[in-house]
Design a protein around this ligand. Sequence first.
Ligand SMILES: [Zn+2]
Ligand SMILES: [Zn+2]
Length: 370
Amino acid sequence: MAERVLAAVRTAPRTTELREFAMPEIPEDGALMRVDVAGICGTDVKMYAKPVITEPVIMGHENVGTIVQAGPQFVERQGLREGDRVFVEHYVACYRCEWCRIGEYRHCELTDWRTNPDARRYGYTTCENPYHLWGGFAQYMYLPWNAVLHTVPAAVSDDEAGIITPLSNGIEWALYDCGVGFMSSVLIQGPGQQGLSQVVACKQAGASLVVVTGTARDHARLELAKELGADHVIDVDEEDALSRVLELTSGRGVDVVLDCTAGAGTTPVLLGIDALKRRAGVLLVQGELAAFPDFPIKKLTEKAITIKSARGHSYRAVELAIEQLASKRFPLHLLTTHEYGLADTDTAIRAVGGEIDEGVVHVSLLPWKG
Ligand SMILES: [Zn+2]
Ligand SMILES: [Zn+2]
C-alpha cells in the first residue's frame, strides 16, 4: 500500500489545496478505507463558501469505499473485514449518551460540530486531529471503532452508491418525519438531488400525487423528476404554483410539503403554508434563514400545520436507501450527471453550486480518477 495519502484540503473559503499525508498507523480498534466515491451536496457548497471550521478540513461527508486494513478489535466489533464495501455515515458518535442509546446517534454531542469544537464528523472535522483522514475527498479515510457503517452490495454501482445520502434523507424526511404513505399528496419544492430523491421515496411509499416545482433553469431536472415518477412538474417562473397545486388537488391542497430548495429565501415556506390542506398538513423546512420577518404564524395555527426540521437520517433510512438502490426499481443512476477526480475538487463543488453548467444534478468525486 502507498506510504502517502493524497487529499483535497479546504484551507480557506473557496480554496482547496492538494496535500499529502503520511499513511496513519491503524490501531487495533480502527480501520482504513480506500475511498471509491464521495458524493457532494448543497451543504458542501455552503461550507466551502463560508467554512464554520476555519482549520484545514478534508471535506466529503457522503462516502463509500472498501476496507483495506482492519484491526482485530474493529473486525470483532463491526463484523466487517478487509475487502468489504461500505457506506460510512458522517456521524461519529459516543455510544454512551441517551441519544446514542436510543439509536439516534445523529443528535449525539460528540458528533455535533455546532456545539463541540472537538466533534468528530466526516467532512467537518479538521485534518489536524489524530489520524488526519476525516473526509472523503481523499484516497483513504480513517475509520475508528465508532464509525457507523453499512454494507453496500455489489448490485449497487459506485454511481448509485454516491446518492445513498440524499436518498436516505428522502426516506427519513418524507416517510418518518412527514408520514408520507398510501395515497398521500405531496408537493416537493426544488428538483435538485435532494428533491428528486424525495420523489422516489414518496412514490415507493405509495403517494398518489407527487408535484415538483423548479425554476426556468431546472428544465432538465424537472424532466428527470417525471422520469422518476413525479405526476406533475411546475416551472414557477412560468406558472402560478399555488393555483396549479390547488387545481391538481380539487382545491384541497396537499398533505405534505417538502422544501428542498437552496437559497430561495422565505418564498418556499410561504408557498408551502398556502399549498397545504386545510387541517393538519406537514411542512418540512430546511431553515437557512437566521430570521423570518412577518412569519404568518396565524395561518399556520389556523390550519394546524406541523413544521418538521430536515436533520439528516437514521440508521434504518440508510439501510432502506441501499435496498432501494439495489432493487433498480427507479432509474436512480440518472441522477449522477458529473464525476470529477481529486485534482478537480474545487470545480466539483462549484458545479454543485451551479457555477459550471446548468445540467448538474448529482456530482460524485472519485478520488482515484486520473
Ligand atoms: Zn450532504
Ligand atoms: Zn452519544
